[in-house]
Design a protein around this ligand. Structure first.
Ligand SMILES: Cc1ncc(COP(=O)(O)O)c(C=O)c1O
Length: 426
């Protein structure tokens, strides 16, 4: 089969950084590390949900806990100062990674993409939106965006409209131009659809939004991990992503926003760390980004995210993009050989690194259970895009998603397992 030379990255050496890829699965599920002999090599194709974590990131977190674990911004003792410097520098490093020239002041650490979306919904949406205002989403939004703005719409009286997705799984940009009018205050669009794999023209959408006087929020949960992203080149007003999909730890996400917008916004959560002066009657707020990071922040996670960014930068995000595209195209082409497989989204050479599909006559959950018997970890369900699945006319789909350590042979294993399911279900 393929040689390593055919990959844009050194997959073999990357795999060595991820000990989990060497483990076996299968048999009864017990507490991790206990229980029966697992016999089937793991094929991990659920990266769009959560990617694996390299030793470099785990080591950075261990170094923090063993070496300088302490609360930030609260102490003048040595450990606290070290933790504060590391945590602040993590913001700068993330800013650099996504092209935010304003540095740490434009980077708010959140729990995940969902919380970043809610931060803007609560801190900006609740006070800025009202009857007569419009929020424009796309039909392919993740629930993180769809449910959030739908509910903010109900609370504020703002109207929520959706840009159509065409039969190929692309945004209907004529419809976008029609919907985004002078009543529109915000456009929220997913950069890469986690179900269709569609790479949306967010820079173009940003132009349309700005011409109408609206802000644009880009959900980059699937984009930042898988390709170079420059938030300023896209002219995004808000841009969000999650650490756990890009080799980082869980419990940390990022909200980028233009500095002048963050300055004008009130806080989202109140409490310690986000204040400057407090009396029994009044409080004033800390500088950016701390105004939006109330309470003890995710310090270890911030240190881990920084290590993840360093790790990905070392590989080169352009190489990551090429690898993702190569595997997506290979998976698409292999699945497309079968008449009884329906694939959702644009053609294989024009998508992010994931492929959602259904095998005729086999429910996605049954299929995923058979794949699991083969050690193949994929996702089955609605992938937090229920309305999009309704539009596709299916309740669920099976999604394989790829990352820097995946190889063509693993996609072959997926196809073999699908063959097995076909035979089993007749
Ligand atoms: C496109 C997209 N947006 C938002 C999210 C939500 O991310 P999180 O669960 O980390 O908040 C996901 C996660 O799957 C996603 O794929």
């Amino acid at each position: 089969m393929s040689t390593q030379e055919q990959y844009p990255l050194d997959v073999e050496s990357i795999r060595e950084d991820f000990p989990i890829l060497g483990r076996k699965v299968g048999g009864d599920v017990t507490a991790p590390g206990e229980g029966p002999d697992h016999s089937t090599p793991l094929v991990y194709l659920d990266n769009a949900a959560t990617s694996q974590t390299p030793t470099q990131v785990v080591d950075a977190i261990v170094d923090y806990y063993y070496g300088y674990n302490s609360n930030v911004h609260r102490g003048i003792h040595h450990l606290s100062q070290e933790a504060s410097v590391a945590y602040e520098e993590a913001h700068d490093r993330v800013a650099e990674f996504v092209g935010a020239s304003g540095g740490r002041e434009e980077i708010v650490f959140t729990k995940n993409t969902t919380e970043a979306m809610n931060l803007v919904a609560y801190a900006w949406g609740l006070s800025e939106l009202g009857p007569g205002d419009r929020v424009v989403l796309t039909e392919m939004e993740h629930h993180a965006s769809l449910v959030t703005w739908q509910q903010i719409g109900k609370r504020t009286g703002a109207e929520v409209r959706y840009v159509r997705v065409d039969d190929e799984g692309r945004l209907d940009m004529d419809h976008a131009r029609e919907l985004i009018d002078e009543s529109t205050r915000l456009v929220s669009a997913v950069h890469i659809s986690n179900t269709l794999g569609t790479v949306n023209p967010v820079a173009e959408l940003a132009d349309v939004a700005h011409d109408a006087g609206a802000f644009i929020f880009v959900d980059g949960a699937q984009a930042v991990p898988t390709r170079p992203v420059d938030v300023e080149a896209l002219d995004a007003d808000f841009y969000a992503f999650s650490g756990h999909k890009m080799c980082g730890p869980t419990g940390i996400g990022v909200l980028y926003a233009k500095r002048h917008i963050l300055e004008a916004m009130g806080p989202y959560l109140y409490g310690g760390e986000m204040i400057r002066k407090v009396t029994y009657e009044e409080s004033t707020w800390e500088d950016l980004p701390w105004k939006f990071e109330a309470g003890t922040p995710p310090i270890a996670q911030g240190v881990g995210l920084r290590a993840a960014v360093d790790y990905l930068d070392e590989i080169g995000m352009e190489n990551v993009r090429k690898h993702e595209e190569l595997l997506a195209e290979y998976a698409y082409d292999r699945l497309a050989e079968y008449d009884d497989v329906e694939i959702y989204g644009p053609p294989g050479d024009d998508r992010g690194g994931l492929v959602a599909f259904n095998l005729d006559g086999v429910h996605a959950h049954d299929l995923s259970s058979i794949l699991n018997d083969h050690g193949v970890a994929i996702r089955a369900g609605d992938h937090c895009t229920q309305p999009l699945h309704d539009k596709l006319g299916v309740a669920a789909s099976t999604r394989a998603s790829f990352y820097i350590y995946n190889e063509r042979e693993e996609i072959d294993a997926l196809i073999d397992a699908v063959d097995d399911a076909r035979a089993l279900f007749g």
